[in-house]
Each structure stands twice: as C-alpha cells, then as structure tokens.
Design a protein around this ligand. Structure first.
Ligand SMILES: [Zn+2]
Length: 266
C-alpha cells in the first residue's frame, strides 16, 4: 500500500496515538484534527476534514474494524471526507448542510470519491454509542453552529467539542453568544466524566477548565464588558456575500478563550 500519510498536494495526514484506544489524525492543509476511537467491535471517526487525501486509507492503516463516521457539525471542513464511506452520523440539522461543499473545486473533489451520495443518519441528544468496551454519549449543543454535537468518550474520559470550544478562537455570531453560554454550562455539567477536551482546530488535548474561561467570556460579552483586542489575528476579512465574509469580525478574549464575532455566522 502506498503511504497514505504522504501528500502530493493532496496533503499529509499525520497520525499519533493519544490514548489506549484513541488516535489523533492531523491535517496539513489547515491546523485541524480528527479522531479515531477504537472499540472491540467497531471504531468511530469523529469528523473527516475537507476530503483532500484518502482519509479512509489512512484510517485502515490503524484499524481493520468497521468505522462509524460521526460529524461534530455540518460545516464542510468537518464533513468533506464523509464521502469515503457509505454513511455518516450527525445531528438532524447537520444533515441539511453536510454535503454543501465550500465551492466548486471541493464539490468536484467529493464527486471523485467512492460515496459522494453517502447516507446521512441522525444522532440525538443522549444517544449512547457502544463500540465494544468503549462507550460514547452524544450531547446536543450548538452556538458556533446550531447543528453541533459534542461526543463524550466515557471510557477514555475525553470530551470532543468540535468548533464550540477550541484553543485558537471560536467563530460565532454575536446573537448566538447567549446560546454559547448555555452550551458551555451544559458541557460543564458533564465535567466529572472527562479529563480533557479534544477540539477540531488549532490545538488539541486542552485542559477541561477552558470551559470556565469561555463561560466567563460569554458572560462578559453579554454584559458588554468583554475585552476587545486590537488585532483579529488573521480574521479581519473584508465584507462581502456569504456568512463567512460577514464583517465586522471582532476579537474578544478572556483568559484562554477567544471569540471572533461576526454579524451573522452559522
Ligand atoms: Zn464549524
């Protein structure tokens, strides 16, 4: 088998083991991570990048178990590689946007995969997924995107928070910050069941008290007292059509928590 970790501008995926039954896979085209959780009967893959490079081939160098693809939400940088598999699991809302590629080039790339018309299957709040001596629970959340779910790995005591909590910055609409506070409080209510947080972008294996910094940032933003930083650190995009170019983007910070706040985003 050709080395699936090697790029030809199809990008490298590095892989490294981060728990007895957990692997982290890292993309080169963006600072992003997906996770492979292995049980006795099957494995779960949390998110699939944009779909550049054969993620399935790489996953199959780690495990020969059947793989259940789970998306933290429907943004295409998390769902593009679903099309290497015949089905993927996600929230009901995520099924409405998971196949919306970020432009024609990515759409053409997906069409070259084995399953561009893969089946979307729905996960609900409280669902328990048994991989075989490795148990996951679905927690419905959603403020960065209303289709978000967190995945609680009850066996390895890890929380997968998708784009709702991360080390770089959470991209969010100003109007959704009260919902982000609810999301953080909901995740905090599970904190005796996990030891750290694995996020989708910009760093991984975060201490769980990042949640406390985000709770404080949420509260300060709502109260109008959050610290606004002079620099958006690369997110000062020009205004234009589409949710991702919706100026103004402003950067707010408390402790280790950062928001890039949009007029609208989701
Ligand atoms: Zn996202």
């Amino acid at each position: 088998m050709a080395n699936p970790n090697v790029d030809e501008r199809g990008y490298i995926y590095g892989k490294f083991q981060t728990g007895p039954k957990t692997w982290t896979i890292m993309s080169r085209n963006a600072p992003q991570f997906v996770y492979l959780l292995i049980g006795d009967e099957k494995a779960a893959l949390i998110d699939t990048f944009y779909g550049f490079g054969d993620l399935r081939q790489l996953v199959e160098t780690i495990t020969d178990k059947p793989v259940m693809v789970i998306n933290t939400h429907g943004h295409f940088d998390h769902t593009g590689g679903n099309s290497f598999w015949p089905e993927a699991y996600m929230s009901e809302y995520a099924t409405t946007e998971a196949k919306k590629a970020f432009g024609a080039e990515m759409e053409a790339m997906v069409q070259s995969h084995a399953y561009p018309d893969y089946e979307c299957k729905v996960l609900n709040d409280g669902d328990v997924i048994e991989l075989g001596n490795h148990t996951l629970e679905i927690i419905k959340i959603g403020a960065h995107n209303k289709g978000s779910i967190a995945i609680l790995d009850k066996t390895e005591r890890i929380l997968y928070g998708g784009d709702e909590i991360e080390a770089g910055q959470v991209l969010i609409a100003a109007a959704n910050i009260p919902t982000h506070l609810e999301t953080m409080l909901k995740l905090k209510s599970f904190e005796d069941q996990f030891d750290f947080i694995n996020s989708a972008h910009n760093g991984t294996h975060l201490t769980k008290d990042y949640i406390d910094d985000f709770i404080e940032l949420d509260k300060r933003f709502i109260a109008g007292t959050a610290e606004k930083l002079d620099s958006t650190a690369g997110f000062g995009w020009a205004d234009g059509p589409g949710g991702f170019n919706n100026a103004p983007q402003e950067r707010y910070n408390y402790g280790r928590a950062h928001f890039i706040v949009f007029k609208s985003f989701g």
